[in-house]
Design a binder for this molecule. Structure first.
Ligand code: KIV
Length: 275
């Protein structure tokens, strides 16, 4: 069954948890989709986990479109969410609608995600008016890393907590169908989840959000440059890959691979004619 924005809205009403992971290519999208996930985010985290940047700021529209195309070819049942990269919507309402449209038309995403609260509500409204569903993202919004002075938990003071509640209500009012809460104290995320009618998707926001999202390289143990506190490693795939690569290198060097089963044959009759 294809997941849609309606699936997300109904899950909140039914008190059913939503599951999301990131993906950036066809093969991984196919595996994650096949496991039965509700949504796949082509996150601008691709800048860090796929392209090796130290933050998400250099990710371009072309990067996200390129990866969203691959993911949308691999995932058939998940809701595909494409991240709007830094400066693709902050500049103007016009840019935000044009760029959101490109992620749908060229990338074949069904939904776009953008970061920010009250200050981006005019953009959310305009994109939603263009019939493009928007997932909002508040709390730690990595595109504001320079404004925050680092990747830090948000909403810890009374003022900051009130601002986050206000942001959540504002993005809901602007028409967002769901909102990501990143690095928000669990009890505050719980309050926000109860105060709004759209699903909250948590990452580092505790168990009471309506759903959860993780970056797949983090949860599979494939990205070890740093590991945020909120990551649970469900497997150590990086280590398994390392072992497989080492074995391959050894076998090639020792002449063990390729074996008979991996080689193609030519008839003796043809061979003889070659001498
Ligand atoms: O880019 C991303 O992967 C994200 C998630 C961490 C929510 O925005």
């Amino acid at each position: 069954m294809k997941n849609t924005v309606v699936t997300f809205k109904e899950a909140k009403v039914r008190n059913e948890k939503l599951t999301m992971l990131t993906a950036y290519d066809y093969s991984m999208a196919k595996i994650i989709d096949g496991a039965g996930i509700n949504g796949i985010l082509v996150g601008d985290s691709l800048g860090m986990v796929c392209l090796g940047y130290e933050d998400t700021l250099s990710v371009t529209m072309e990067d996200i479109i390129h990866h969203t195309k691959a993911v949308s070819r691999g995932a058939k049942n998940s809701l595909i969410v494409a991240d709007m990269p830094f400066m693709s919507y902050q500049t103007s309402i016009y840019d935000s609608v044009v760029n959101a449209g490109r992620l749908i038309k060229e990338g074949r995403a069904q939904v776009v995600k953008l970061e920010g609260g009250v200050e981006v509500c005019d953009k959310i409204e305009a994109i939603v008016k263009a019939s493009i569903p928007v997932m909002a993202h508040i709390g730690l919004t990595p595109q504001s890393v320079n404004a925050f002075g680092g990747f830090k938990v948000q909403g810890k003071s009374e003022e900051a907590a009130r601002k986050l509640i206000e942001d959540a209500k504002a993005v809901e009012k602007a028409g967002a169908f769901a909102v990501v809460l990143e690095c928000v104290p669990a009890k505050l995320a719980d309050i926000i989840t109860k105060e709004i009618n759209i699903p909250t998707i948590g990452i580092g926001a505790g168990v009471n959000c309506d759903g959860q999202i993780l970056v797949y390289q983090d949860m599979l143990g494939m990205f070890n440059d740093f590991t945020p506190k909120f990551v649970k490693k469900y497997a150590n795939v990086g280590e398994i890959m390392n072992m497989a690569f080492r074995k391959y290198i050894d076998e090639v060097r020792d002449g063990v691979f390729p074996e008979e089963a991996h080689t193609f044959k030519i008839s003796d009759e043809v061979l003889e004619k070659l001498y």
